[in-house]
Write a protein that binds this ligand. Structure first.
Ligand code: NAI
Length: 447
């Protein structure tokens, strides 16, 4: 479904009209190019607080890209990185103020702001932890100020031992793949397996087998396309009723179509058997299949409740259990869930959906640590308003308002969710565990 307001705002006549009326003009976001993905270029201006801890990691990361480091004098239309990890007193916050006060205007259209800090719980000193927590409110506020430029601001917290794992999250937050991920907090933790910084950043998933459920259309199709672009062999799963759509989808990515209802009793075993036909190891599973059965709770039937719970939650747990009973995911595997901002903020008529999506967050929080011991990461995305058949069914006025509620003034595209998932799945993101990134353009709902 096209966004007519976004088209109008980006036309010559429409742009002038909206300016004259004082109405917001959302920017067409810059996204990854299909033929040269993950290419990081342009200028970056870096700053740091006194006592900052991660300058060396930042420099090493940037040195592996085509990014040019510029000085404040020559900076123009650049990205901004600030290492705020040394800030440990109210007085010292002026260093953060100075850097952004002087340089925020130099941020380019669709530019990137990344602030780096210590994860507060990783610090012994209460004052230091207090100040590091303040970065969340700062970054979210910056994100709201710069959203009209199509730019994003995100915070990267570094946990104990996470400094060796900064490269992948920092690269992601600077990339075009981060187009609709705004005002978010990502944590780099101690890597569960060794970080391979020599790995291929362009085709990080070369030759790796990944399962995507609900792959016939919408977000699942976009995930399959992006993972295939990154080199993965995709096994796409969807219900038999969608078989022809699924076949076409998998043919387009040279993947494997598996017609399977994930709620079927034997679904976990069928899935495992299918994987074993193609490889001994499974690199990752993306639990994307999901349904809505919206109704006010007093009118919701038990069948609507139960069916949704089986698809969005029960089957995900059963498949995880079956996979973890094998060693297919050990030493480098990835489990990715799809939550929703409805699971964070709740939504009218979505008690069942909100429960299931909140439970996906619970799954990440509860499984991440135990899986880390086996070298497996568990993360999720929480999409907001994404342009799919699901959101096209929302009544016109609500849909229109829903789009404008984000700092970027528009809905996201399925590819925006897919890019975050591709980042989670990349072997370099080995220190990215137990994260829930909202892909919502900093929508007011659940922001
Ligand atoms: P969609 O309805 O377009 O696609 C879902 C796919 O899952 C369909 O192809 C469907 O046939 C498949 N599926 C459903 N039940 C299945 C089952 N039992 N076994 C196998 N496959 C099954 O949905 P969309 O919009 O692409 O959403 C994908 C995921 O993202 C879902 O988990 C959804 O809850 C979540 N999400 C979507 C948002 C949006 O704005 N579109 C916002 C937040 C979360």
């Amino acid at each position: 479904m096209s966004d007519k307001y976004l088209e109008l705002a980006n036309s010559k006549f429409g742009g002038s009209l909206l300016s004259a009326l004082g109405l917001p003009k959302p920017v067409v976001l810059m996204r990854e190019s299909a033929d040269r993905p993950h290419r990081l270029s342009g200028d970056v201006l870096c700053g740091s607080s006194t006592g900052a801890a991660f300058s060396e990691n930042i420099n090493t990361t940037l040195a592996s890209t085509d990014i040019k480091l510029v000085s404040a004098d020559s900076a123009d239309k650049c990205n901004l990185i600030f290492d705020a990890s040394g800030i440990c007193s109210a007085e010292q916050t002026v260093e953060l103020y100075d850097f952004f006060h002087q340089n925020l205007a130099k941020l380019g259209r669709c530019g990137r702001v990344v602030v780096i800090g210590h994860k507060p719980s990783a610090l012994q000193d209460a004052d230091h932890a207090t100040l590091q927590r303040g970065l969340v409110g700062f970054v979210k506020s910056v994100a709201k100020e710069i959203g009209r430029k199509g730019a994003t601001a995100n915070l990267l917290y570094v946990d104990r031992g996470g400094d060796s794992a900064i490269a992948a999250p920092l690269r992601f937050l600077l990339s075009a793949g981060c187009a609709f991920t705004n005002g978010q907090l990502l944590t780099a933790t101690a890597p569960v397996t060794e970080v391979d910084l020599q790995a291929d950043w362009q085709r990080p998933l070369e030759g790796k087998l990944v399962v995507v459920t609900g792959a016939a259309r919408g977000i699942g199709l976009a995930i399959s396309q992006v993972l295939a672009r990154d080199g993965a062999k995709v096994i796409g799963v969807d219900v038999a009723q969608s078989q022809s759509q699924l076949n076409a989808a998998m043919a387009s990515v040279d993947g494997v179509a598996l017609a399977l209802d994930i709620t079927a009793q034997d679904a976990p075993q069928t899935l495992i058997d299918c994987c074993l036909q193609h490889a001994d190891k499974l690199h990752g599973i993306v639990h994307n299949a999901g349904i809505t059965r919206d109704k006010m709770l007093s009118r919701m039937t038990e069948q609507q409740w139960q069916l949704l719970m089986q698809v969005n939650l029960g089957s995900v747990q059963k498949i995880n259990r079956a996979l973890l009973a094998t060693e297919m995911l050990d030493n480098g595997g990835r489990i990715v869930g799809i939550a929703s901002t409805s699971g964070i903020a709740g939504n009218v008529g979505q008690t069942n959906y909100g429960f299931s999506k909140s439970a996906v967050i619970g799954m990440v929080e509860s499984m991440a640590q135990q899986c880390a011991d086996r070298g497996i990461t568990v993360n999720a995305v929480a999409p907001g308003f994404i342009e799919t058949q699901m959101t096209a069914a929302i009544p016109f006025a609500t849909r229109h308002i829903g789009r404008r509620l984000s700092s970027l003034g528009q809905g996201g595209l399925p590819v925006d969710v897919a890019e975050v998932i591709a980042f989670y799945l990349s072997p370099q993101a080995v220190g990215v565990n137990s994260n829930i990134l909202r892909v919502c353009g900093q929508n007011l709902v659940g922001a």
